[in-house]
Design a protein around this ligand. Sequence first.
Ligand SMILES: Cc1cc2nc3c(=O)[nH]c(=O)nc-3n(C[C@H](O)[C@H](O)[C@H](O)COP(=O)(O)OP(=O)(O)OC[C@H]3O[C@@H](n4cnc5c(N)ncnc54)[C@H](O)[C@@H]3O)c2cc1C
Length: 395
Amino acid sequence: MAGREFRTQVAIIGAGPAGMLLSHLLAADGIESMVLETRSEEYVASRIRAGILEQSTVDLLRGCGLGERLDREGDRHRGIYLQWPGHRHHIDFVDLTGRSVWVYGQTEVQKDLIEARNAAGQEMHYEIADTALHDVETDRPCVTFTDTQGRERVVKAEVVVGCDGSFGPSREHIPMDVRRHWERVYPYSWFGILADVAPSTDELIYAWHSDGFALHSMRSASVSRFYLQVPNDTEPDWSDDRIWEALAARLGHGQDGWALVTGRITDKSVLPMRSFVQTPMRHGRLFLAGDAAHIVPPTGAKGLNLAVADVALLAPALAELIRKDDHRLADSYSETALRRVWRCTHFSWWMTTMLHRGEDPFDEQLQLSQLRWVTSSVAGATGLAENYAGLPIGL
Ligand SMILES: Cc1cc2nc3c(=O)[nH]c(=O)nc-3n(C[C@H](O)[C@H](O)[C@H](O)COP(=O)(O)OP(=O)(O)OC[C@H]3O[C@@H](n4cnc5c(N)ncnc54)[C@H](O)[C@@H]3O)c2cc1C
């Protein structure tokens, strides 16, 4: 292992929401970290991904000084609409659970994090290559990488945290005889578009339809986000007309006088649907957080919120470990985090399988029965509301 050496207390791999928020929370506790990222700062700040923040996420961001723009520009929602042809029902999370959700894009959360970390002088290394982890089973783990000038670098740390998302190298460093994983690949994907048009709805519409699921979401008063269920391996090359026609049919344009307003499409992408959990989320001095350890299909709006919940648990655990040599929170991190991970994994699977069209007509009747129950029973609606608006961190 050659090359220039850096030293830090926590080496964080990945500058997504998990990595950046962790560095922010650690700094507030007086712990120094270094963040290593393969992409550029601009790329990370502009990735279009999640858009719904749970109550606990908003409370946490406010509590750590990241709530100012969120409070100004974020849009608080009381609930969602669930619909199937001929029916649209509002599920009011506030009435049912006293909790709400916020529409505030992951890109905005990411920009707030980058601004805060840059203002604090956080040491960041963007556009690195060849990230490799070493000695994570010892008290002196380290990470090597190649910097933008092609020089090999070594980061010596007390702890390494893998916040490197679903394709990063960290999770592979939990030995085969220790780790376990569970996976469900769904037989459909989401075709997502972003459009310069005011939302045609005050709250998100989750629509079951015999042509396939559709979602009307939004990013701001002038930008809407839509998703269509499509077969796996669909290319994002549909014409604008084809997309708007499919959305109009599935979202119920004309139903009870409701109209879908169309606009200029600015982004088209296809997102595969997958559930994945790898355990444990800690091995020696390596900890995993966010998509590095678990992936959920986006139907339950949980991916970003789970990443936030992980680092909210991990930051105090690492502070106790590093400052006081107190291992208790670090030792229980994986078990505590996984309780919420599995709850959200189940909820995301449940929402997905209730709303997406399959091949089996028997399943279709079960889905409609489930939708009728959730929208007509206080118990059914409260279960959905409690999970969607989010259970407390550390559940
Ligand atoms: C395309 C896409 C669309 C999504 N859409 C939605 C949605 O609509 N709704 C929803 O709820 N959720 C959505 N999600 C999920 C949500 O965005 C994630 O759960 C969230 O980003 C998790 O944050 P994270 O920090 O754990 O991981 P990420 O945001 O993935 O960050 C990981 C970071 O690690 C970096 N990295 C990877 N490998 C290395 C390496 N070797 N060295 C250094 N750095 C590395 C990556 O470049 C990345 O910046 C989407 C995810 C994807 C991928």
